[in-house]
Design a protein around this ligand. Structure first.
Ligand code: FAD
Length: 278
């Protein structure tokens, strides 16, 4: 059972609690991106099992007619066992989801996975003429070329700042440099993409810049934030923009919760207050 302090960031341990959270978000005008927590397994069977869970989740989303989609981590569905295993599992998920009209996002992990993840995404996006999206990281220097490659691939791209600690030779490490790169890449997307732009950031400065670019270029975009982060802003933004909340769930919540708490001192204070009861 998830302790109350973790339930700020994680929608429960079961599919039913995640679907219930999605239903409540939909009532407030926010759409849901459901993510079963899990990554880097020791056995291929665990990756195959998570792919099966996603296929079941797609059925539940479609049956409940929710404004919801799914987001899958490459290592969760087999990339550690080879690009072919990842491709096989994610293709199974995307083929099934396409038949049910449910959108599938592929999260991006550390730089050693970027080429395989991009290749599989491009193949699936072309096969289904969309229906699938990919996260791209602004902290990686290669992203300029990757976005140029992706400009004429169907589907959506979620631009994020990047959550992995990457080597200096290939990544911007300094916050200001990452922010500059984020803006440069976002501008390129508004100039060159026909749509399918997702701003995966809590940063008011990046969101304001996306609004400016939308006014200038007219390209549609959506905003995505994590469950438990700037929730009131999410509801406010949903009045005017397409707003999606990334909703993790499942029994592997402890590591994810720890990451959320440690990335921001306000979250540490929140956790400490919850533990000491004030
Ligand atoms: P930050 O630079 O962390 O913060 C900028 C500003 O945003 C802060 O100054 C503050 O004003 C505001 N802010 C940020 N956090 C909070 C908070 N907790 N409370 C209040 N205000 C806050 N990374 C990957 O590497 N791969 C992925 O596939 C991936 N998918 C993601 C999907 C979604 C929907 C989101 C939102 C993020 C994803 N990330 C992913 C994580 C991302 O790379 C960043 O690590 C994370 O979003 C933090 O960066 P930020 O843009 O929110 O801004």
């Amino acid at each position: 059972m998830i302790p109350p302090i973790a339930s700020k960031f994680v929608a429960g341990e079961t599919e039913a609690t995640a679907l219930d959270h999605a239903r409540k978000l939909n009532e407030r005008g926010v759409k849901a991106i459901l993510n079963l927590l899990g990554e880097h397994y020791a056995e291929r069977a665990e990756a195959d099992a998570d792919a099966d869970v996603y296929i079941d989740l797609v059925d539940e989303i479609a049956a409940a007619n929710l404004d919801a989609c799914i987001s899958v981590k490459p290592s969760q569905v087999g990339l550690d066992f080879g690009a072919d295993v990842f491709s096989e599992n994610v293709t199974r998920i995307v083929d099934h989801a396409a038949a049910k009209g449910v959108f599938v996002w592929i999260d991006m992990e550390d730089h050693t996975t970027t080429d395989d993840t991009l290749d599989v995404f491009c193949e699936l996006a072309r096969k289904h003429e969309g229906g699938v999206g990919l996260a791209i990281q602004a902290n990686l220097k290669r992203t300029r070329e990757d976005l140029a490659r992706l400009a004429d691939v169907p589907g959506k791209i979620r631009l994020v700042k990047g959550a992995y600690d990457e080597p200096t030779e290939i990544a911007y490490k300094d916050k200001a440099a990452v922010n500059r790169a984020y803006k440069e890449y976002l501008k390129f997307m508004f100039e060159s993409f026909e749509g399918g732009i997702a701003v995966g950031s809590h940063d008011p400065e990046m969101i304001a810049y996306a609004k400016e670019l939308h006014d200038e270029y007219g390209t549609d975009f959506e905003i995505q934030m994590l469950m438990g982060v700037r929730t009131d802003a999410q509801y406010d933004l949903a009045d005017e923009y397409e707003m999606w909340q990334y909703v993790p769930y499942g029994d592997r919540w402890a590591q994810y919760f720890y990451r959320r708490v440690m990335e921001r001192k306000e979250n540490v204070l929140f956790a400490v207050r919850a533990i000491v009861g004030r």
